[in-house]
Design a protein around this ligand. Structure first.
Ligand SMILES: NC(=O)c1ccc[n+]([C@@H]2O[C@H](COP(=O)([O-])OP(=O)(O)OC[C@H]3O[C@@H](n4cnc5c(N)ncnc54)[C@H](OP(=O)(O)O)[C@@H]3O)[C@@H](O)[C@H]2O)c1
Length: 252
């Protein structure tokens, strides 16, 4: 049996309507997983479904996952259709690059609600016996910004640092339920979030950021492949870690 196979696994992926989450969905389907795809934009989720490997069973949850009171009922519904869940990727997130003087409590709250709280609330639901397969693996997409300082990123970096440290505690708590929990910290990856950030900071600052990546800017598949490893049995002895996938950005 290929240790990297995801055959017979049901994996829930947030942020599946775009960028890294869409790529994770496609790559997981190629390795045999059935999927629950989560995002707000129904049309974009349907585009992701159209890209999946033939034969993949996929269910969609089109919802704002910061509205946490509805999450469990929506997940329960999909588990009834596809079976218990053995993998979770929290890829939904927002990024803001703004000078500190433009940061506000509302900005911190908005960023933390999706980047941190929504993911941890879903992890809570997916750790319940009624939704969880015998073993499970949770992967949170953090960021190199959670490890390395960047101007304009106080709220975003704080949220990603919270993910990285929260993951370690989740790993310690959930190991007794046979759940492994890890994060992945990418540097700049070519997706809509990056295009928006480059618009915000201008050409000169964008070129400077690109220059800081020894292997260049990443592609969504570079992150998806790391997710495959962490979701599969190939990583069955890996928990509580933060895997840096950043083209050498944070090594300098
Ligand atoms: N791209 C990079 O350079 C980079 C680098 C490091 C880390 N990351 C992290 O990687 C993750 C994915 O980024 P990306 O580049 O793929 O971004 P993206 O293309 O902008 O995708 C973001 C995803 O998050 C979903 N989302 C946002 N708010 C949501 C909400 N309230 N409820 C449900 N879904 C929500 C969006 O879905 P809808 O629009 O359908 O709601 C979309 O699918 C993020 O956590 C980001 O911080 C990205």
């Amino acid at each position: 049996m290929d240790p990297f196979s995801l055959k017979n696994k049901v994996i829930l992926i947030t942020g599946a309507s775009s960028g890294i989450g869409r790529s994770c969905s496609v790559e997981c389907s190629k390795r045999g997983a059935n999927l629950i795809l989560v995002g707000r934009n129904h049309n974009e989720l349907m585009i992701t479904v159209s890209l999946l490997a033939p034969g993949t069973k996929a269910e969609i949850i089109a919802a704002d996952i910061t509205q946490t009171e509805n999450l469990e009922a929506m997940i329960a519904d999909k588990v009834a259709d596809l079976g218990k869940i053995s993998g979770f990727i929290h890829c939904a997130g927002i990024e803001k690059t703004l000078p500190l003087k433009k940061h506000s409590p509302a900005l911190y709250r908005d960023i933390f609600e999706i980047n941190v709280i929504a993911g941890f609330e879903i992890a809570k639901i997916l750790s319940l016996k009624k939704y969880k397969d015998e073993t499970s693996s949770f992967v949170f997409i953090a960021s190199a910004a959670g490890l390395v300082g960047e101007p304009g990123k106080a709220a975003y970096s704080a949220s990603k640092g919270a993910v990285i440290s929260g993951v370690r505690s989740l790993a310690m708590e959930l190991c007794r339920n046979n759940i492994r929990v890890n994060s992945i910290s990418p540097a700049m990856v070519n997706t809509p979030i990056l295009e928006k950030m480059f618009e915000e900071i201008g050409e000169e600052a964008s070129s400077e950021i690109i220059r800081k990546h020894p292997l260049g800017i990443g592609n969504p598949e570079d992150v998806a492949n790391a997710c495959i490893f962490l979701l599969s049995d190939a990583s069955k002895w890996v928990t509580g870690t933060n895997m840096v996938v950043d083209g050498g950005y944070s090594a300098q």
